[in-house]
Write a protein that binds this ligand. Structure first.
Ligand code: GLN
Length: 488
């Protein structure tokens, strides 16, 4: 069995038993990157040299302190600041930007002994659902290179499915961890808002953004979560909680005594037949594992897409104001006055989707429209949170599809942003409520043969219980096998 197809926990066990080494694992992932990148374009920066040096250093030191990720190759989405590699957010605005510090989660990965092998591709500033709006060019889906990998953390998901690394960190503002994981056939976990520090993550919509792990199994995701979670004083919204013990999640093997809520609104309308069928079998699998299933309604969910795009765009327009060619970002040449320089820099630096969101956000925040849009959306957000709280009072987790369809063809929706926004309908409600959610492969679609994801959503800061339920459910779901669109 080739090294790159192992899970993170298998690789860790092999390291502990001396069956492999940090340099062998790192070389295997780098070789895999070299073999698959011509098809995938999942990485913006590959760290061949620093990764091999770091692996050799870890190998020489051994692992006397039992570091949880000692010698494990991982990737991180290219909106997480790293001192030793550019952080571009897939934008011309930040081409070549070297952050003076590491993001909190990157610090944690390094302290845990991980080897960062690449920084992965994304939609520009994490705005999108297909990794098509990247200044670095689109990423392809490893199951079919004509198709999108999902987004915005599409590079992380495609790379994991292709064996480029054993784990990755992404960010989920409206679904960007769970949806690409679903479309590429891997596992993605969006923690409760505040459980993982956002320090050093370039902001898109600060009250939604959450960093989280992606991997090939739930147990691998839980292991990464145990490394990156916990209090950080440099993020004002960081919860005062220690890093959680993930052992109970790994030990949960049954759903006996658990109740799953099937959210009516998330199963009605818009789902393709194959997605509905695969997710329905996941519900049956949950029952077979002992779960009781009840139907639940979230009445305000119908407003989630509109609410999200008002609020997230508003926050984005504010956050992206710093990229003006003076404080941060590309500076246009040849302009002779300040306003001309700002205008030219922002026109040249940002892509179309980012500009669309800045315009929308500025509009909903402008004095004539603030009450009508921004304030109204903030109120609906609260009502939706109350819906989720009431629902999760009646069950232990909610179960739903992640994306209404399997991976679509590249270019199919690029001129139709509203269709793409509506595709987020199944994921972004959870971000409005700040709750945790995990997406895992439900099987391959009967018509397309492409991965379908199912998600579990849980109570605030009950992330370990949620991961435990996902771990038990995963055992009852079919294995997807090897992606068909890349070199073996
Ligand atoms: N697709 C959603 C958007 O475009 C979510 C993106 C994300 O989670 N970063 O805003």
């Amino acid at each position: 069995m080739p090294l790159h197809t192992r899970t993170l926990l298998e690789a860790k066990a092999m390291l502990a038993q001396g069956e492999t080494t940090p340099t062998a694992l790192t070389a295997a992932c780098l070789a895999r990157i070299a073999a698959t990148e011509p098809v995938l374009n999942a990485c913006i920066t590959v760290l061949e040299e620093t990764a091999m040096q770091r692996a050799a250093q870890l190998e020489a030191q051994g692992n006397p302190n039992n570091l949880p990720l000692w010698g494990i190759p991982v990737t991180v989405k290219d909106l997480l600041c790293t001192k030793d590699a550019p952080t571009t957010c897939a934008s011309a605005m930040l081409a070549g930007f070297m952050a003076p510090y590491d993001a909190f989660v990157v610090e944690r990965l390094r302290e845990a002994g991980a080897v960062i092998v690449a920084k992965t591709n994304l939609d520009e500033f994490a705005m999108g659902s297909g990794t098509e709006s990247s200044a670095h060019g689109p990423t392809c889906n490893p199951w079919d290179a004509q198709r999108v990998p999902g987004g915005s953390s599409g590079g992380s998901a495609a790379g994991l499915a292709a064996g480029q690394a054993f784990g990755s960190l992404g960010s989920d503002t409206g679904g960007s961890i769970r949806q690409p994981a679903a479309l590429c056939g891997c596992v993605g976990f969006k923690p409760t808002y505040g459980y993982v520090s956002r320090y050093g993550a370039v902001a898109y919509a600060s009250s939604f953004d959450q960093i989280g792990p992606m991997a090939r199994t739930v147990a691998d995701c839980a292991t990464l979560f145990g490394v990156i979670a916990g209090y950080d004083g440099r993020d004002a919204t960081s919860a005062q909680l220690p890093a959680p013990d993930v052992a109970p999640a790994l030990a949960t093997k049954s759903l006996q005594g658990k109740t799953f809520g099937v959210v009516k609104e998330l199963w009605e309308g818009g789902l393709s037949d194959e997605v509905a069928a695969a997710c329905q079998s996941a519900v049956e699998a949950a029952k077979a594992q002992g779960a009781k299933v009840v139907e639940i309604s979230l009445p305000h969910l119908q407003y989630a897409v509109a609410t999200y795009y008002v609020l997230a765009s508003a926050e984005a327009s504010t956050n992206l104001a710093r990229f003006d060619g003076v404080r941060y970002g590309l500076r246009a040449q040849g302009e002779h006055d300040l306003v001309g320089m700002y205008t030219a820099s922002r026109s040249q630096g940002f892509g179309e989707e980012v500009k669309r969101r800045i315009l929308l956000g500025t509009h909903v925040l402008s004095s004539g429209y603030y009450d009508a849009y921004f304030q109204k959306a903030a109120k609906v957000r609260r009502l939706l949170l109350q819906d989720f709280q009431a629902a999760l009072g009646q069950c232990d987790a909610l179960i739903a599809p992640v994306s209404p369809v399997t991976a679509w063809k590249k270019g199919e929706h690029v001129n139709d942003p509203l269709t793409l926004y509506k595709m987020d309908m199944l994921t972004l409600g959870l971000n409005l409520a700040g709750l945790p959610g995990v997406s895992l492969p439900a099987g391959l679609g009967a018509a397309s043969g492409l991965p379908v994801g199912v998600q579990l959503m849980g109570r605030a800061f009950d992330d370990i219980a949620l991961l435990g339920m996902a771990n038990a459910l995963e055992m009852a779901l079919p294995r997807l096998g090897v992606p068909t669109g890349i070199p073996a």
